[in-house]
Design a binder for this molecule. Structure first.
Ligand SMILES: NC(=O)c1ccc[n+]([C@@H]2O[C@H](COP(=O)([O-])OP(=O)(O)OC[C@H]3O[C@@H](n4cnc5c(N)ncnc54)[C@H](O)[C@@H]3O)[C@@H](O)[C@H]2O)c1
Length: 345
């Protein structure tokens, strides 16, 4: 695919991974115009794009991917050469409380985008060449015991409303590839960590609670295992999948860093003990670890996720380059600096 003069439509780019990806992509491909459509839900934050906004190849539109008129008008106004669909309701806890928004954005929103892209690209005779890239998650595969990993052929077995909506979207994406010959690709990554994540998610929650001297809540026995991937490593993988991934293929993307939630909390507290020891004084503690507390478990909490990502490594030559210790340190440093900005002292 030639990147000159292309216009890539990114959805959900004011969120965590989307904003990091736009940062990465607009710099790497200065000749590609990037159009970011984001509804700016509670999870979308234009501050995430503050440094990116002045770039000449970046443009923002506030809008809902589920709104047919908005999406159709984007395809009419711009010659969209590809779509990367990040937009989603992404918090499992919220989906357990109320899953409607998850169906609207994650399933119907994806379907609306697929229909608009299909119509435009079919008219231009480009259905098989222009790319629709769906951002998915390892959670669609379900939960694992102590052994094994999910491969791309593992049957979907979503176990909470969030993962059910993401799996459902993937089925629609695949169906557009099979039925209409649309050039679709799916990437399913493990848990991301890094700057710009919403404070409701595990790692920012741990850091914020520690700095505020509050109890650090960890679900259940803290033994749930996730595989952590540094967000910029994910962005590099997405670049490879978008440009080189085969049509109708799925690529798993993992970090190779399986950790229990308890270990994550403890490691972050060790970094904070070293990095900002002074803030412990207000809570009269010797280590932030003393704030870790176990709470009632999440309903239906998946025990372990692990992805087998040999396919992307072997076929597309990608591998993560950020080791966990330094990635986590950089991440903690970023949240501490953001936290300091809003303190009055
Ligand atoms: N965060 C992770 O660890 C992780 C792991 C694997 C896959 N994913 C997937 O990656 C994608 C991005 O995740 P994230 O963590 O950046 O999420 P996020 O919640 O930080 O950001 C989601 C963004 O989408 C926007 N959005 C939501 N509904 C919209 C709609 N209807 N129309 C337009 N914009 C809308 C929000 O305003 C927000 O800016 C999601 O599809 C998620 O399922 C995330």
């Amino acid at each position: 695919m030639n990147n000159d003069q292309q216009t890539l439509l990114i959805t959900g780019g004011a969120g965590f991974i989307g904003s990091n990806f736009i940062d990465f992509f607009t710099e790497k491909y200065p000749k590609t115009q990037v159009l970011n459509i984001d509804k700016l839900t509670y999870a979308g934050n234009l501050d995430n794009l503050r440094e990116i906004e002045p770039r000449k190849n970046y443009h923002f539109i506030q809008g809902d991917i589920g709104d047919e008129d908005t999406v159709t008008s984007i395809f009419e106004e711009y010659d969209i050469s590809g779509v990367i669909n990040f937009a989603a309701e992404s918090h499992v806890d919220r989906s357990i409380e109320d899953s409607h928004a998850f169906v609207e954005s994650n399933v119907l929103g994806t379907l609306t985008l697929l229909n608009a892209a299909k119509k435009d690209w079919e008219e231009k005779g480009e259905l098989a060449t222009r790319r629709f890239h769906q951002i998915s998650t390892d959670e669609v595969y379900g939960s694992l015991g102590k052994e094994g990993s999910f491969s791309e052929s593992t049957p979907y077995n979503p176990r909470n409303p969030y993962s059910a909506s993401k799996a459902s979207a993937n089925f629609f994406v695949k169906s557009f590839g099979h039925t209409y010959g649309m050039n679709v690709v799916i990437s399913s990554s493990s848990n991301n960590y890094g700057p710009r994540q919403h404070k409701e998610k595990l790692i920012p929650t741990i850091i914020h609670h520690a700095l505020d001297g509050k109890q650090i809540p960890i679900y259940g026995d803290g033994e749930n295992i996730r595989d952590w991937l540094y967000v910029m490593d994910h962005c590099r993988a997405l670049d490879a999948v978008y440009h080189q991934g085969g049509p109708l293929e799925t690529y798993n993307i993992g970090g190779g860093n399986e950790r229990t939630n308890k270990e994550i909390a403890s490691q972050i507290c060790s970094i904070l003990d070293e990095f900002v020891p002074d803030y412990r004084q207000s809570s009269a503690i010797m280590s932030y670890k003393e704030l870790i507390t176990f709470t009632e478990d999440r309903k239906g909490h998946d025990r372990r996720y692990s992805v087998d990502d040999r396919k992307i490594r072997q076929e597309l030559g990608w591998e993560p380059v950020v080791d966990f210790a330094s990635g986590l340190w950089k991440t903690v440093e970023w949240y501490v600096n953001e936290w300091k900005k809003v303190q009055t002292f």
